[in-house]
Ligand binder design. Structure first.
Ligand SMILES: [Zn+2]
Ligand SMILES: [Zn+2]
Length: 145
């Protein structure tokens, strides 16, 4: 998929080198990084980029549908390089987000279509739990109190 083809026609959203690097870094990982984490990743390749530039480009990439925002349940917005619908699991202790290993179900959308006047075009679903790392730690329920 050529990004220039997607963005080239719109002068406002031209694919700059910085934006390309940010997109590549997000697509390279499966950790659903926060903006701060994206900034750290991108700085390895573009040492002089500013956090503000990263934030701005994340918003533009998201507006173009090239990444998706996941949130805003945690205070730090996270970003995903995979834009086809899939579910997420979020750890309630460390806040890490992984892809849920199940396929999205059309039954949910059919159910809401029957009960709602909306023209349904999709849905998002997030599971919450305690990740393997946090479960290894002693008494996670008491630790965070
Ligand atoms: Zn965790
Ligand atoms: Zn994901």
């Amino acid at each position: 998929m050529s990004l220039e083809n997607i963005l080239g026609s719109n002068q406002k959203y031209r694919m700059t080198n910085q934006r390309q690097v940010i997109l590549e870094e997000i697509q390279r990982v499966n950790t659903h990084p926060t903006a701060d984490e994206v900034y750290k990743m991108v700085r390895r390749r573009l040492p002089r980029i500013s956090l503000g530039t990263v934030y701005r480009n994340l918003e533009i990439l998201s507006a173009c549908g090239l990444i998706q925002k996941i949130g805003p349940i945690s205070s730090q917005m996270r970003f995903d390089g995979i834009t086809v619908n899939h579910y997420h699991i979020r750890c309630i202790y460390c806040g890490s987000v992984e892809d849920a290993p199940i396929d999205p179900t059309e039954n949910l959308e059919n159910a809401i279509r029957e009960k709602s006047d909306y023209h349904i075009i999709g849905h998002k679903l997030e599971f919450t739990g305690i990740c393997a790392e946090c479960r290894k730690k002693e008494n996670p329920f008491h630790k965070k109190a």
